[in-house]
Design a protein around this ligand. Structure first.
Ligand SMILES: C[C@H](O)[C@H](O)[C@@H](O)C(=O)CO
Ligand SMILES: [Mn+2]
Length: 421
C-alpha cells in the first residue's frame, strides 16, 4: 500500500491552488445520506410468503450468480457486510414486498408490524429507512395496469396498497426519527399505443389523489413520483410518463410530493443531469435514483462515469445537493451481489465527492465574465485532478478499505457465507 497520508497532502496542495477546501468537501460528502436499496441483495425477489416470486411489471434482473439472500435475516446480514466498505451516511431503502409476516398477507393488508424486523434493526444500527409500494410481481399487476386500471376493484386494491405504504412510512419515521422517503412507481403501460391514452392517466391521477387524501395526516414522509420511458412488454406507452409525473408533482403543489428522476428512465440521448435545473426552477427538492442504463433500463451497477459525475456536478453547482434525496436503484444478478452494492454505492459517493472538489465559484465568474475559453479549460483540467488520493484518504479515515482492499473481504464472505446458502 502506498503512503495515503502523503498522497492526501499532495492532493490538498493541488486543490489549494484553486482555493478548494478538501476537508470541507469530505465533510459534506460524508454527511449527505445515500439510500441503499435492499433489492440488489436478492434480485428484487422479496420476502413475502407466497409461492411465486417471479418479477413482472416491465423490470427484470438478469444473471444467476450464486448466493443470493433468501430471507430477511440473510439480506440484512449482506447489507451490513456491504456497508463496511461504503463510507458516509447511509439509509436503507425497503420495498413493500420485503414484508416479514409468518403467513400470506396481501399487499392491501400490510401493516407496520410486518416490517418490525426492519425497523428494529434500523434503530439498532442508527439507520434511517425509506420505502416503496410494490405495484408489480403480483397476480393483480397485469397488462391491465394497477393504479390506472379500468377495473375498479383492481384499481382500489392498489390504492389501498399505496395508503398502507404511506402509513408504514410514518411508522419508519417514528421509529428511526428520520424522515422516510417513499418512491411511487407503477409499471402500467401498453405494448402498443392504445387508442385511449388519456383514460389511464386520468385514473392514475385519481389514484394518487386518493392515496394522498386518505393519508393527509401522515407525518415524516416525503413522496417521490417516478416516471419511466418504457418497460419490457410495455414498449409503446407508459401511463406514468415524465410529462405525467412532472405535471402531477407541479400541480399537487405540496412540499412532500416531489419528482423522482431515475437515470435509467429516459431515452438514451436524454440525461438526468440535463433536467435537474429545470425541475429546481419550479420545485425545492428531488429524489434521485442513481443507476447505470445500458441501451435500455437495464439497471446496471452504478459506475464512476460521465453521467453520474455530471449529475452530482449539477447538484453542487446549483447548491442543491442538500435538497436532493439520493438513492441507488440497480439489480445485477450476474455478479456477487455484495460486491455490486459496494461498487455502486462507492461510485455514487465518489461522484459526489469529486463534484465537491471543483472551483465552482471561479468557473461561475468566468462564465459571467464571458470567458468561455477559461471555463472549458477549467472543466477539462479537473477531470484529471488527483481525486483518487483524496478518496483513498477518506476511505482510510472511515475504515472503509483503501482502493481494492474490500475485494478480498467480500470474496471471503462469499466463500464463508454466500456459497453455503
Ligand atoms: C424496484 C424499484 O421500485 C424499481 O427499480 C423502480 O424504481 C424503477 O426504477 C423501475 O424501473
Ligand atoms: Mn427507479
Amino acid at each position: 500500500m502506498y503512503n495515503v497520508e502523503k498522497g492526501y497532502e499532495a492532493a490538498k496542495e493541488f486543490y489549494a491552488q484553486y482555493g478548494i477546501d478538501v476537508d470541507k468537501a469530505i465533510e459534506i460528502a460524508d454527511k449527505t445520506p445515500i439510500s441503499m436499496h435492499c433489492w440488489q441483495g436478492d434480485d428484487v425477489a422479496g420476502t413475502e410468503v407466497k409461492e411465486d416470486k417471479s418479477l413482472t411489471g416491465g423490470i427484470q434482473a438478469t444473471g444467476n450468480y450464486p448466493g443470493k439472500a433468501t430471507n430477511g435475516e440473510e439480506l440484512r446480514a449482506d447489507i451490513e457486510e456491504a456497508m463496511k466498505f461504503i463510507p458516509g451516511e447511509l439509509k436503507v431503502n425497503v420495498h413493500a414486498n420485503y414484508q416479514e409476516a409468518d403467513r400470506f398477507v396481501d399487499r392491501n393488508e400490510i401493516q407496520p408490524e410486518h416490517f418490525a424486523k426492519w425497523a428494529d434493526w434500523a434503530v439498532e444500527k442508527g439507520l434511517g429507512l425509506d420505502f416503496n409500494p410494490t405495484y408489480f410481481a403480483h397476480p393483480k399487476s397485469t397488462e391491465k395496469g394497477t393504479l390506472s386500471c379500468a377495473d375498479e376493484d383492481i384499481r382500489k386494491f392498489w390504492v389501498e396498497h399505496g395508503i398502507k405504504c404511506r402509513q408504514i412510512g410514518e411508522y419508519f419515521y417514528k421509529k428511526t426519527g428520520k424522515p422516510c422517503v417513499i418512491n411511487h412507481w407503477t409499471p402500467d403501460g401498453d405494448k402498443e399505443v392504445p387508442v385511449d391514452t388519456l383514460g389511464p392517466r386520468q385514473r392514475l391521477k385519481k389514484s394518487y389523489d386518493e392515496i394522498f387524501e386518505a393519508t393527509k395526516d401522515v407525518e415524516g414522509v416525503v413522496d417521490g413520483i417516478e416516471s419511466k420511458v418504457f418497460g419490457i412488454g410495455a414498449e409503446s406507452y407508459t401511463v406514468g410518463s415524465h410529462e405525467f409525473c412532472m405535471g402531477y408533482v407541479m400541480n399537487a403543489n405540496k412540499d412532500h410530493i416531489i419528482m423522482t428522476l431515475d437515470a435509467g428512465h429516459y431515452h438514451p440521448t436524454e440525461t438526468v443531469s440535463g433536467k435537474l435545473s429545470s425541475i429546481y426552477t419550479f420545485d425545492n427538492s428531488v429524489l434521485l435514483h442513481v443507476t447505470r442504463p445500458v441501451r435500455w433500463d437495464s439497471d446496471h451497477v452504478v459506475g464512476f462515469d460521465d453521467e453520474t459525475r455530471a449529475i452530482f456536478e449539477e447538484l453542487v453547482r446549483m447548491d442543491k445537493l442538500k435538497d436532493t434525496y439520493v438513492a441507488t436503484d440497480f439489480f445485477d444478478a450476474s455478479i456477487n451481489r455484495v460486491a455490486a452494492w459496494v461498487i455502486g454505492l462507492r461510485n455514487t459517493r465518489k461522484a459526489m465527492l469529486a463534484a465537491l472538489l471543483q472551483p465552482v465559484d471561479q468557473m461561475k465568474k468566468m462564465e459571467a465574465d464571458g470567458d468561455v475559453s477559461a471555463r472549458l479549460a477549467y472543466k477539462e483540467e479537473f477531470k484529471a485532478a488527483p481525486f483518487a488520493m483524496v478518496w483513498d484518504y477518506y476511505c482510510a479515515k472511515k475504515n472503509a478499505g483503501i482502493g481494492l482492499e474490500w475485494l478480498k473481504d467480500v470474496k471471503q464472505y462469499e466463500s464463508d457465507v454466500l456459497l453455503k446458502r
